[in-house]
Design a protein around this ligand. Sequence first.
Ligand SMILES: *Cc1c(COP(=O)(O)O)cnc(C)c1O
Length: 389
Amino acid sequence: MKNSDFSQRWSSAIQNNYGVPRIALVKGKGIVVTDADGKPYLDFLGGISTNLLGHAHPAIVKAVSKQISMLSHVSNFYAHPNVVELAEKLIAMTGAESGKVFFCQSGAEANEAAFKLSRKTGKVRVVAAQGAFHGRTMGALSLTGQPSKREAFLPLIKGVKHVPYGDISAMRKAVTKKTAMVIIEPIMGEAGVIVPPPGYLQELRKLCDEKGALLVFDAVQTGMGRTGDWFGYEYSGITPDVITLAKGLGGGLPLGAMIALGKAANLFNPGDHGSTFGGNPVTTAAGLAAIKFIENKDLLATVKVQGEYLMQELALIPGVKEVRGAGLLLGIELVSLEAGHVARALEEKGVLVNAATDSTIRIAPALIVTDAQIKKFISIFRKVLSDVS
Ligand SMILES: *Cc1c(COP(=O)(O)O)cnc(C)c1O
């Protein structure tokens, strides 16, 4: 079976909501993946910011194998050690005094949970950002600020206002005493890796306190060490009321979470929400293993250094307009080239990235990427830009 065979079978058996992939990946080790034709790639997309420790990482393989050979699923009628330990760990990582976690499988579900939690304040209005991505289910899509993704599915849930990202005065106009929550990405991922101006998150915290609105950080893409901080907002020095996570949280397995802190932690009561697989023993084992590995190897510090190096070096390449982001979540803005075209050329040369927008290449390699692999990526990127321009 070749790539082309899988593409053909995909096109007839899989819904046409993605477009048909040209490549079928069949195995991986670290950040190298191999396709069905036997071609290896440097995986600089990491399953879209998801494979925290790359592929087939011994720590994940061991934790998952051990857990699945012991107990695979229990439902939320029963506790088990991993779910409790991971929840405690995540709360401790926020640095907040108290909090409570709801586990699910995806980012959309984590944001759905936050949306429902906000209703328990007794208020219904929400303010979110234009261009923001919060997921595709009807509730999460109501929060998502991208008209192209929403249009075919209107009407969505009422009461959500979208204001320009990073514009605190627009927020001041939109957020009132009737606002239940403000939801914002610490760095907008899908929109092309957009970093808000200095002071924005701090001002949002003040504004939400003033109006009695929950401040929700969607750290689905920025979270789990990707930016060199655990959740991508810590540089601001503030703490939100709610953090949503998924992507990297399960170390490559499907795991999402909504962490509510302080008073927000106690808004849900029994029966308010649920998920059959939420907090599954195997996915939480993987999440715990990933966090422990990152802590033991002090990877957050490495991610910061590698991110700064990448930013600096990539910005020097002719054809690159700017490099945005933090740590190992970077958006490379091109001067004039079409990002999709560049992504395709990189793929030919054995590097996987994605075109987040028409002009932005996004990279989000696993946090175990080596300095040598980073250098290799930079050199291939430079070559590709000079070839295609
Ligand atoms: C990917 C993403 C989501 C949606 O996550 P899914 O697991 O695809 O539902 C939500 N918010 C942000 C910021 C994301 O990057």
